[in-house]
Design a protein around this ligand. Structure first.
Ligand SMILES: *Cc1c(COP(=O)(O)O)cnc(C)c1O
Length: 498
C-alpha cells in the first residue's frame, strides 16, 4: 500500500499542537503595505498585534493626557455589550438615544442652563470637545452671518477672539471653516487670556469670544465673569451683540464640584454655549464630548438636519453620521453611578494628590510651579535655572523610571518658558504621586553629576574648529611645499637648459 503524500505541513494540520511563536505565521514578515494574499489563524493575528502593542507606553503612566485611563469593570461590561450598536440608528435604538438626551439634560443643568425641570436642554453628544467646538463655532458663525445679511453689511470676514493658549482644535476650526483667529498674546508669568485685552480686540466681525476653563498649558481657569462684564459694557457702547463660548473641555466636570460658587457658565448672560469632554474629567474612555446651548435660539435651525429614512423624524447636528454608542452609555453610567457626591469625591482626591506632588517638587528647590491652586488638578513646573540642563532632559530621564511626562514651550509671547506638566487623573493615586516626586528628585540629582549638553556642545564645536584649523594649516603647508617643489624643478630645468 502506498502512502500518499498529500498530508499538509504539521503547522497547518493541527494548530493547537504547535507553539504559537514557532508557527510560520508568526515567523513570516509582518504585512505593512499590501493586504496579504492568504488568511492566517485568529490566534496568530492576535499574537502578532498584541506583541507589537506591548511597546506602546502604559496608558496609566501617561501623565501627559487628561483622558480617562480607568473605569469600573461593571461599566466595561456595558461598553462591551454595546460595541455593535451604531449610535445614529436612533429609531432602532431608542433607549440609547434617550440615554444621550438624559446626559445632555444633566450636563446642561450642571452648567445652570436656564431651563425648567421638565424642559429638554439643547445639546448633543460628540466624539470629543473638538467636534463639539466645531459645532458651537458653526452656530456662532451662522448666527452672525444671518444678522449681518439682514443689516445689509458684509459678512465675509468673521473672527473669533481667544487667548494664544487655546487648544489646537480652535486653530483647526478657524482654518477648516474660514474664520480668523485673533489671539491675545501671553506674557511671562501670565499664561491665560487677559479679558480686558480680549474685549479690546473684539470688533463688528467677531462671532464670539472663546474663554477656556482650564487652560491646556497650566490648568488655570480664565476669568469668564470679568469677560462677561467687560463685554456687556462694550456691547452696550457699540450696539453689537458679541457672545461668549466657554471651552470647558477639562474644567466643565471640575468647577461644578470643587468651586460651585465660581460663576463661569450659563449664570453669565453672554455665555451662549459650552463644550466639555466626557472622556476627560467626565471619567469615560475616549471618545465622547458634549456641547450644550443656552437655549433653542442659540442654535440656528438651518444647521439641524432632519432624517427620516431610519424610521421617524430625527434631528441631527453632528459632523459624522455613524459612531459607536458605548461611550454615551458609559457616560450615563458614570453620571448616575457616581452622582454629585461621587464626582466631588474624585475631584477632591485629584486635587489632594496634585498638592502632594506639587509639594514634593517644591522641596527639590529647583522648580517654579506655574500651575495655580484653583484650576484643573495638574502640576506644571519650570526649571529655576536652565543654564545647565533643560526640562526636556528631565522628561527623557523620567521615561527610564516608566513615567511619561511631557515637556513643552509656552505659546507666544511666552515661548522662552519651557515647562513639564503632570495631569492628575482619578487613577493617579497618592502612592504614585509620592513616587513620582521622589523620582523627579532622583533625576535632578543625577543631572547634577552629568555634563550639561550645552557645555558639551560648545566643547564639541571648539574641538571641530581646532581640528579644522589644523587641517587647513597642514593643507596650506602642503600647498607651499608643492609650490616649492615646482619652483625648484623649473629652476633646475632652467639651469640645466642653460
Ligand atoms: C482637550 C481639550 C480640547 C480638545 O478636546 P478633545 O476632547 O480631545 O477633542 C479642547 N480644548 C481644551 C481646553 C482641551 O483641554
Amino acid at each position: 500500500m502506498v502512502l500518499t503524500s498529500t498530508a499538509t505541513h504539521p503547522d497547518e494540520k493541527d494548530q493547537s499542537l504547535n507553539s504559537t511563536f514557532a508557527s510560520r505565521y508568526v515567523r513570516d514578515p509582518i504585512p505593512k503595505f499590501k493586504m496579504p494574499e492568504k488568511s492566517i489563524p485568529k490566534d496568530a493575528a492576535f499574537q502578532i498585534i498584541n506583541d507589537e502593542l506591548m511597546l506602546d507606553g502604559a496608558p496609566r503612566l501617561n501623565l501627559a493626557s487628561f483622558v480617562t485611563t480607568w473605569m469600573e469593570p461593571e461599566c466595561d461590561k456595558l461598553i462591551m455589550a454595546s460595541l455593535n450598536k451604531n449610535y445614529v440608528d436612533m429609531d432602532e435604538y431608542p433607549v440609547t438615544t434617550e440615554l444621550q438626551n438624559r446626559c445632555v439634560n444633566i450636563i446642561a443643568n450642571l452648567f445652570h442652563a436656564p431651563i425648567s425641570e421638565e424642559e429638554t436642554a439643547v445639546g448633543v453628544g460628540t466624539v470629543g470637545s473638538s467636534e463639539a467646538i466645531m459645532l458651537a463655532g458653526l452656530a456662532f458663525k451662522r448666527k452672525w452671518q444671518t444678522k449681518r445679511k439682514a443689516e445689509g453689511k458684509p459678512y465675509d470676514k468673521p473672527n473669533i477672539v481667544t487667548g494664544a493658549n487655546v487648544q489646537v482644535c480652535w486653530e483647526k476650526f478657524a482654518r477648516y471653516f474660514e474664520v480668523e483667529l485673533k489671539e491675545v498674546k501671553l506674557k511671562e508669568g501670565y499664561y491665560v487670556m487677559d479679558p480686558a485685552k480680549a474685549v479690546e480686540m473684539v470688533d463688528e466681525n467677531t462671532i464670539c469670544v472663546a474663554a477656556i476653563l482650564g487652560s491646556t498649558m497650566t490648568g488655570e481657569f480664565e476669568d469668564v465673569k470679568l469677560l462677561n462684564e467687560l463685554l456687556t459694557e462694550k456691547n452696550k457702547e457699540t450696539g453689537w451683540d458679541t457672545p461668549i463660548h466657554v471651552d470647558a473641555a477639562s474644567g466643565g466636570f471640575i468647577a461644578p464640584f470643587l468651586y460651585p460658587d465660581l460663576e463661569w457658565d450659563f449664570r453669565l448672560p453672554l455665555v451662549k454655549s459650552i463644550n466639555v469632554s466626557g472622556h476627560k474629567y467626565g471619567l469615560v474612555y475616549p471618545g465622547v464630548g458634549w456641547v450644550v446651548w443656552r437655549s433653542k435660539d442659540d442654535l440656528p435651525d438651518e444647521l439641524v438636519f432632519h432624517i427620516n429614512y431610519l424610521g421617524s423624524d430625527q434631528p441631527t447636528f453632528t459632523l459624522n453620521f455613524s459612531k459607536g454608542s458605548s461611550q454615551i452609555i458609559a457616560q450615563y453610567y458614570q453620571l448616575i453611578r457616581l452622582g454629585f457626591e461621587g464626582y466631588k469625591n474624585i475631584m477632591e482626591n485629584c486635587l489632594e494628590n496634585a498638592r502632594v506632588l506639587k509639594e514634593g517638587i517644591e522641596r527639590t528647590g529647583r522648580f517654579n510651579i506655574i500651575s495655580k491652586d484653583i484650576g484643573v488638578p495638574l502640576v506644571a513646573f519650570s526649571l529655576k535655572d536652565s543654564s545647565q540642563h533643560t526640562v526636556f532632559e528631565i522628561a527623557d530621564h523620567l521615561r527610564k523610571f516608566g513615567w511619561i511626562v511631557p515637556a513643552y514651550t509656552m505659546p507666544p509671547d511666552a515661548q522662552h518658558i519651557a515647562v513639564l506638566r503632570v495631569v492628575i487623573r482619578e487613577d493617579f493615586s497618592r502612592g504614585l504621586a509620592e513616587r513620582l516626586a521622589a523620582d523627579i528628585e532622583k533625576v535632578v540629582k543625577l543631572l547634577d553629576t552629568l555634563p550639561s549638553p550645552l557645555t558639551t556642545k560648545v566643547a564639541h564645536i571648539t574641538a571641530i574648529t581646532s581640528e579644522t584649523s589644523e587641517k587647513v594649516k597642514s593643507a596650506i603647508e602642503t600647498q607651499k611645499e608643492i609650490a616649492l617643489y615646482w619652483k625648484r624643478l623649473v629652476d633646475g630645468k632652467r639651469l640645466g637648459a642653460c
